[in-house]
Design a protein around this ligand. Structure first.
Ligand code: FE2
Length: 350
């Protein structure tokens, strides 16, 4: 099939052969005729952002427009009910170390088993949702996201289990903070803020009574608000002292907090949350943050997105390295947002 292209490099079909030379707008030869435009060449040609005019031939192989199966982690309804029951028991038994330990161990076992048996390590928040109640939802989400990050990092089964447990328990210290501060719809005053910043310490103290919970898990809970630039709390630790578990929990916690509504703020979409997290990157371990980006689904397959210019499309597959730039079908066109320069502005899920 022969096609004349008056457009941009992004319009070149991969695998085509140029019938004519390609010149830049200033007349510089970009690519001679009879060149196979393979993936590698296409990648380097994309550095040129101007217009091109070329005739190409290519095999007319139908493009796969099927929506790829969303392989993100999914909890069964019975699993969600089990998680809700356990987290309720955990929060109600902060002064009963044995009951707390048994419940969180059971729950961590179940969640890490689901992670272990999952075909693909991915996060789709709508599938994780177990409850609208913040504490329950947030605890399970942070445990699950932390476990998924650790699994993607290639950590041992024991570590995946333990970081899941630390995620479930990360805010357990809030049980010692007065509810009127926890649920205050207005901005906290300085004293209230100081009190709430004590919750990692209270969490560590509660878990110190649970002899079957390891010191690494306790330290993870204590350090989940520490930042790599030493701006965190309660101890303003340097990056070398925070520990891997605390660094994983910090990323999972910020993402889940941003995507969850609270009395004083609306929920951000996963995509908006990732954009915000990019602006906070100096606070995170970059390697762990990249792993997180690898598993998070900002725009789930099948969701509707609006592109700049008013076009509406359907997400058909993900670009793993670019969670904010999926492949979208608009009418009969397949648009890969990771390399299509026409659609650089933010896209919005309907
Ligand atoms: Fe916290």
């Amino acid at each position: 099939m022969t096609k004349e292209i008056n457009g941009y490099v992004s319009d070149l079909p991969e695998g085509c052969i140029t019938e004519t030379d390609i010149f830049t707008e200033t007349g510089v030869l970009l690519c001679p005729k009879m060149t196979l435009i393979d993936e590698r060449l296409l990648h380097s040609l994309r550095a040129y952002k101007g217009k091109i005019h070329v005739t190409v031939t290519y095999m007319d192989i139908p493009v796969n427009t099927e929506i790829e199966t969303d392989e993100s982690l999914d909890f069964s309804e019975s699993m969600k009910a089990y998680a809700l029951e356990n987290i309720t028991t955990i929060c109600a038994n902060v002064d009963n170390p044995q009951v707390l330990t048994d419940s969180v161990t059971n729950m961590s076992n179940e969640i890490s088993n689901v992670i272990h048996n999952s075909k693909s390590l991915g996060i789709n928040l709508s599938k994780l949702k177990i409850s609208d109640e913040y504490t329950y939802k947030h605890s399970v989400d942070v445990g699950t996201i932390s476990g998924l990050i650790a699994a993607k990092m290639g950590e041992s089964e024991q570590f995946i289990h333990d970081v899941t447990m630390a995620g479930i328990l990360h805010d357990i210290g809030k049980e010692k903070i007065p509810l009127e501060i926890i649920n205050k719809p207005d901005k906290l005053n300085d004293i209230e803020f100081k009190i709430i910043k004590m919750h990692p310490v209270y969490g560590y103290q509660i878990l110190s009574q649970c002899h079957d919970i390891s010191e690494e898990i306790r330290q993870g809970v204590l350090n989940h608000h520490e930042n790599m630039d030493s701006s965190g709390y309660p101890r303003h630790l340097d990056m070398g002292k925070i520990g891997k578990m605390g660094q994983i929990l910090a990323i999972a916690d910020v993402f889940d907090a941003l995507t969850t509504a609270r009395p004083y703020k609306t929920a951000k979409t996963p995509a908006q949350s990732i954009e915000i997290m990019f602006s906070m990157m100096n606070k995170f371990n970059i390697t762990i943050f990249k792993t997180f980006l690898d598993i998070v689904t900002a725009y789930p397959n099948g969701s509707t997105v609006h592109l700049n210019g008013g076009l509406a499309g359907t997400v058909i597959r993900q670009n793993k390295s670019y969670p904010l730039r999926p492949v979208v079908q608009v009418g009969n066109d397949i648009i890969d947002l990771s390399n299509d320069m026409r659609y650089l502005s933010t896209i919005i899920v309907e």
